[in-house]
Design a protein around this ligand. Structure first.
Ligand code: IFG
Length: 485
């Protein structure tokens, strides 16, 4: 059996092979620009390693083609796909375009590791014959990247988007502001980035995304069927904003920029009207730049905001988010407030279960002790923290989302998300090291059926991804729990 991650719902293989050759054509229906784009994405991933000048054509009929097409098959849902491989043709169908894109990721994993090479390799480029029908368990399969504690370039973020897309991750949460940095240009409040974006943990140069760069990142993620969720963390984690505008502070004095790693010391002034003008401008500009339906307003660790003020603040911010046509997401603490039914709570500490269960609204699960990618693997891991515990690869995989919230309707669990906080991370190689090999496990928990999922079997499939990551020059942690090939 091929070592696919996430494991598909159903797979039957026969003993033949389809070979990609210089004459192979990628066939798409005519007048289907979105399918042509997916076909071109497939071609772009196959041309460098094979050296073949593969073309996307409409309605190719010659033998030896890979065809992409939509079919009316509601049982595949919004993201499922059906892959049929014979020695002559590869047929990939789906009910929606996203399913074709996820089917392409499966196709890539059916090819040998050399397919991940950026330069021509000898091949052969064989895909085993058979049939796969597949669709995800959860709609929300996310990663979060903290670009506030340390700033990461557009290219670094794009690399992480590409890596996550290989494993059918479909939500990309960007933590854009915190005490140490403001990372998104806001044209009506330019000092947020001019001053608030000028440093980071440890005192480095920090940085920020112009609105054009942010739009480019969103488009890049969207072309990979990933919804971007921007987060402006409020009312705590706001020192960078407070340092940028004295008028936002209760005493009219701006604090210094902060380059440490403490939390819970800052708060917006929830009693000053200028705070809500500020938020309306910020959330308005961000909403206009974000095609996805969500705005994340943080809400975590607001120790410097008295609870009654915090509750009033959250409820007022929720009206601002709705006024800009977006659905609010907040860390679990926001469930202390009266929230709209559709507002999503993101569980992270398990300390607000009674509010989450009592409210009953939709949740995303990011239990720190299972999903925080900034947790060390072992006591000797140089990067990362360990306040939520050590998370080796097995710990990250061997848990079941439904077991997290007792007596909570599983239909309200949208899915899971793995946050990567960057207090101790400096560049993409650090991101790769903390995310791999744990990210594919979260992708499988989010996509594959609950039944039959078992660490002892999964770890063997995961081992087979090591050679793929080596070809990709991925800086992954060689966990001793995995029998690397
Ligand atoms: N908790 C803080 C993060 C970050 C994290 C590091 C949340 C929601 C600890 N808040 O996780 O800002 O500091 O592991």
């Amino acid at each position: 059996m091929p070592n696919l991650i996430p494991q598909p719902v159903s797979i039957t293989l026969t003993d033949g092979a389809f070979s990609i050759a210089p004459t192979t054509v990628i066939s798409v229906p005519d007048a289907a620009p979105e399918l042509t784009a997916i076909g071109q994405y497939l071609a772009d991933s196959l041309i460098p390693p094979t050296g073949f000048d593969l073309q996307v054509q409409t309605n190719a009929t010659s033998v030896g083609y890979i065809s992409l097409a939509l079919v009316a098959d509601p049982s595949l849902g919004d993201e499922g796909y059906h892959l049929t491989i014979t020695p002559e043709t590869v047929t990939l169908t789906a009910h929606q375009p996203a399913g074709l894109f996820w089917g392409v990721q499966t196709l890539r994993q059916l090819l040998p590791p050399a397919i991940e090479s950026a330069s021509p390799q000898p091949g052969p480029w064989t895909i085993p014959t058979g049939e796969i029908r597949d669709h995800p368990r959860f709609a929300w399969r996310g990663v979060m990247l903290d670009v506030a504690r340390h700033f990461f370039s557009v290219d670094a973020v794009k690399r992480y988007i590409d890596l996550a897309a290989c494993y059918k991750i479909n939500r990309f949460h960007l933590h854009l502001s915190d005490d140490q940095g403001w990372r998104i240009e806001i044209k009506t409040w330019p000092n947020l980035t001019a001053h608030g974006g000028s440093t980071e943990v440890g005192g480095g140069p920090g940085g920020y995304y112009t609105q054009a760069e942010y739009a480019d990142l969103v488009a890049y993620a969207q072309a990979r069927y990933m919804v971007v969720i921007p987060e402006i963390d409020l009312p705590g984690h706001t020192n960078a904003a407070l340092a940028s505008y004295p008028e936002l502070n209760g005493d009219g004095k701006a604090p210094d920029l902060y380059t440490g790693t403490e939390v819970g010391f800052s708060s917006l002034c929830v009693d000053k009207e200028i705070t809500y003008q500020f938020l309306n401008d910020v959330l308005g500009e961000l909403a206009a730049l974000t095609p996805g339906p969500y705005l994340h307003i943080g809400g975590d660790e607001a120790a410097a905001t008295p609870l009654p003020d915090y509750v009033r603040f959250v409820e007022r911010v929720e009206t601002l988010v709705a006024a800009h046509g977006k659905q609010m997401i907040g860390w679990e603490e926001v469930t202390r407030a009266e929230l709209n039914d559709e507002t999503i709570a993101q569980l992270w500490t398990n300390k607000h279960d009674q509010h989450i269960i009592g409210r009953g609204g939709p949740v995303i699960l990011s239990p720190a002790f299972k999903t925080y990618l900034d947790m060390k693997y072992t006591a000797t891991t140089t990067l990362g923290l360990r306040w939520a515990g050590l998370i080796e690869v097995a710990d990250a995989y061997a848990w079941e989302p439904n077991d997290l919230l007792p007596d909570f309707p599983s239909a309200k669990i949208l899915g899971i998300e793995a946050p990567l906080w960057s207090e101790t991370l400096e560049d993409i190689k650090d991101i790769e090291f903390m995310a791999f090999p744990r990210l594919p496990g979260y992708a499988e928990i989010g996509w594959s059926p609950q039944e039959g999922r078992a660490w002892d079997e999964y770890r063997l499939r995961l081992a087979a991804h090591g050679p793929r990551w080596q070809v990709m020059n991925l800086n992954f942690y060689r966990s001793s729990q995995i029998p690397w090939e």
